[in-house]
Design a protein. Structure first.
Length: 271
């Protein structure tokens, strides 16, 4: 039986206020590319841009044109986290738009949990969600019952806990927090950093939580089966637990395994 490939994600209008401009950086880790999000209240003149993406001048210029064609200007440039596929182009984009880059730490105009970012009548609430990285944040777009998740929750597949900056206990707590938002009705839709829009946020978060706990059980089993005594326990766990995962994403799997071992109170060579 042949399993059909998923439909490619091309970006475009996602909600009343959110439009995705897809960056030209597809790959095993970035899926169809980085989602640069333009947020604009209908008919308003101020826009927020989240994750300008890589340092690709045509992409950055395209984002500027889309905002200008809507009769608006960018007043806020924001990052979900500092990975280069989301943030490398941010300084140049801020230069193009006359804005500052806002993010958690790293010398930016820092954001904090619970703070509200505005552009005219548009409001975003910051939700601290460390785990994928220590600086990861999500943004509640309450008017659209949507959550912009960066790499904390993807539109397709699962994300990496990028050890040592990423940390599994924090990631599980962040999933719990997002679960509360989806369960309470504040969030129905996920606007991810990669991949398509997720129309059933609650179902996706439930899948992410069960997947993480399933992976932990698989790691425990691999360790019990002899991986713990291997010369390289990380590689032994990856070979057993991620055997069905394409090898091109094994480097990310190794980071997640290191995070899983740290969560279980174990160390690994080079950790």
């Amino acid at each position: 039986m042949t399993v059909p490939s998923p439909e490619p994600w091309l970006g475009g209008a996602a909600t009343t206020r959110a439009t995705c401009v897809l960056a030209p950086n597809p790959g095993p880790m970035t899926l169809d590319g980085t989602n640069t999000w333009v947020l604009l209240e209908p008919g308003a003149g101020e826009a927020i841009v989240i994750d300008p993406g890589p340092l690709d001048e045509p992409h950055l210029q395209r984002v500027c044109r889309i905002v200008a064609d809507a009769g608006a200007r960018v007043t806020q440039t924001i990052l979900t986290h500092g990975h280069l596929d989301h943030a490398e182009g941010a300084p140049r984009f801020a230069e193009l738009t006359g804005t500052t880059v806002r993010a958690v730490g790293r010398g930016h105009d820092d954001l904090s949990d619970g703070s509200v970012v505005t552009a005219g009548a548009l409001e975003l609430r910051v939700v601290s969600t460390p785990g994928h990285t220590s600086d990861s944040v999500c943004f509640v777009l309450a008017a659209d019952h949507a959550l912009l998740t960066g790499d904390t929750v993807l539109g397709r597949g699962t994300t990496v806990v990028a050890h040592p900056d990423g940390e599994l206990a924090a990631y599980l707590q962040s999933l719990d927090r997002i679960g509360e938002l989806t369960g309470g009705g504040a969030v129905a839709t996920i606007l991810p950093g990669h991949g398509p829009v997720v129309p059933d946020a609650a179902a996706m978060v439930a899948f992410y939580r069960s997947h993480r706990h399933e992976r932990l059980e698989q790691v425990r089993a691999a360790l019990a089966d002899g991986a713990a005594a291997a010369a390289d326990p990380v590689e032994a766990v990856v070979e057993q637990v991620y055997a069905q995962v394409p090898r091109e994403v094994w480097p990310a799997a190794r980071l997640s395994v290191r995070a899983q071992l740290a969560y279980l109170g174990l160390s690994a060579p080079g950790a």
